[in-house]
Design a protein around this ligand. Structure first.
Ligand code: CS2
Ligand code: MG
Length: 413
């Protein structure tokens, strides 16, 4: 698949493009772009639980526009796909644009014979600090899992545990090193109780600090479950345990809501994994209402747009903390690592490992070393796809769960 590295300025025209949908343990959508010089680039286009919507957007509406275009003109292509769509933003559109953008940066770096981070401005650090997910059915099981991650060399660990009175608590029980929430052809209905959670979460971190001390960085994902004042209360209750961050503590459509949380706690706030553009976080950043922005290469319009978000964030000392769950493919992780290796206001990168089947379909040159991920030196973003192997894993419809309250009210999963 990989062609010769040319390093010449001969016109680089897009000759072919195709969408590969595969399910090596979980569903992934990948865009493959081929050029007249035989240089190929790939981009992740996976939107968990809505995969085929992006595949169709690419196949039916984007690919016809790519053929014959100059692969070097990444910015013009971005503007063409964003403005030209007329219907701007949104998870499907911005994930499709991200796939094209990532593939074109992969191609440009290969054409230059350089690893992608070099095109972005070179290394700002030797390694990318990552965090992993420790979870357990109860507090003690989570404490044990944190120990497992420490043994593996992780310096930062997200902790999620089962909650008495909550059925299907987020982040628990779907594998130790991987976590795949999309488990049913139709959404699994989970039962949520904010009261049970608010009484439970501080106990988890009290126990973790008692066992592991103050050195280890601990993170927690509230996963959009609280109202702003409840998030203020939780943030305050967690202050003694000095978390690295409290994530997605309340739905962020109303960015102003974070002002109320800020008024009540100094626990650092992270948000943004479901954001698709700079407009979703402009107020949050400009008004210093968050500390970490979690937008990603795959869902926020690719490297081209993520750079804009990071540059805005840097003006306000907000650092990056990109989403990196198992449902973001190794292609996204590869591109994210090159971004993280360059971005001046880097904070941390989420790193949920992929299954061996997934890693086999997506060979990659990044490696884990003592709590850091190290981007490789291969020209491009360092990740490829084995299309023959991918074809062995047909798409399997899976949807994300939903959450309801005890009285049946639909809540935020
Ligand atoms: C989560 C994800 O990793 C995280 O921070 O919020 O596990 C998220 O639930 C999934 O990516 C949704 O597909
Ligand atoms: Mg999250």
């Amino acid at each position: 698949m990989n062609a010769t590295i040319s390093g010449n300025n001969e016109k680089l025209t897009i000759r072919d493009a195709r969408v590969v949908v595969t399910c090596p343990g979980r569903n992934f959508v990948t865009l493959v772009i081929e050029t007249n010089q035989g240089i190929t680039g790939i981009g992740d286009a996976t939107l968990n639980g809505r995969e085929l919507a992006v595949a169709s957007y690419l196949n039916d509406h984007v690919i016809p526009n790519l053929i014959g275009r100059d692969a070097h003109r990444i910015e013009d292509m971005w503007q063409f796909l964003y403005r030209g769509a007329y219907w701007r933003r949104g998870p499907v559109t911005m994930t499709a644009i991200a796939a094209v953008d990532t593939a074109l940066w992969d191609i440009k770096a290969k054409a230059a014979g350089l690893p992608l981070y070099q095109l972005l401005g070179g290394r700002s650090r030797e390694g990318v600090l990552v965090y992993g997910h420790a979870n357990g059915a109860d507090i003690e099981a989570t404490v044990d899992q944190v120990g497992v991650y420490r043994e593996m060399g992780y310096r930062a660990i997200r902790a999620q545990s089962g909650i008495p009175g909550v059925k299907g608590a987020y982040g628990v029980g779907k594998g130790d090193l991987y976590y795949e929430p999309a488990d049913g052809t139709l959404p699994t209905e989970t039962l949520w109780s904010t009261t049970a959670y608010l009484n439970h979460a501080p106990k988890l971190f009290d126990r973790l600090r008692a066992v592991y001390g103050d050195e280890i960085e601990l993170l927690h994902d509230v996963h959009h479950r609280l109202t702003p004042i409840e998030a203020g209360r939780l943030g305050k209750a967690l202050e003694p345990y000095h978390l690295f961050w409290m994530e997605d503590s309340t739905p962020a459509e109303n960015q102003e809501a974070f002002r109320l949380i800020r008024q009540h706690t100094v626990t650092p706030l992270a948000v943004g994994e479901i954001f698709n553009s700079i407009w979703d976080c402009r107020e949050l950043i400009q008004h210093q209402l968050i500390d970490y922005i979690r937008t990603t290469v795959v869902h926020a319009g690719g490297i081209t747009h993520l750079r804009r978000i990071a540059d805005l964030a840097s003006l306000y000392q907000v650092r990056t903390g990109s989403h990196g769950a198992t449902d973001l493919s190794p292609v996204c992780m590869g591109a994210a690592l090159h971004f993280d290796t360059w971005v001046p206001n880097f904070g941390i990168q989420e790193y949920m490992r992929h299954s061996p089947e997934t890693d086999a379909v997506f060979p990659h040159d990044y490696r884990f070393d003592d709590g850091y991920l190290i981007a490789g030196e291969t020209p491009g973003h360092g990740v490829t796809i084995d299309e023959t192997l991918a074809a062995k894993y047909p798409y399997t419809p899976k949807q994300l769960p939903v959450a309801r309250l005890a009285d049946g009210t639909m809540w935020n999963w």
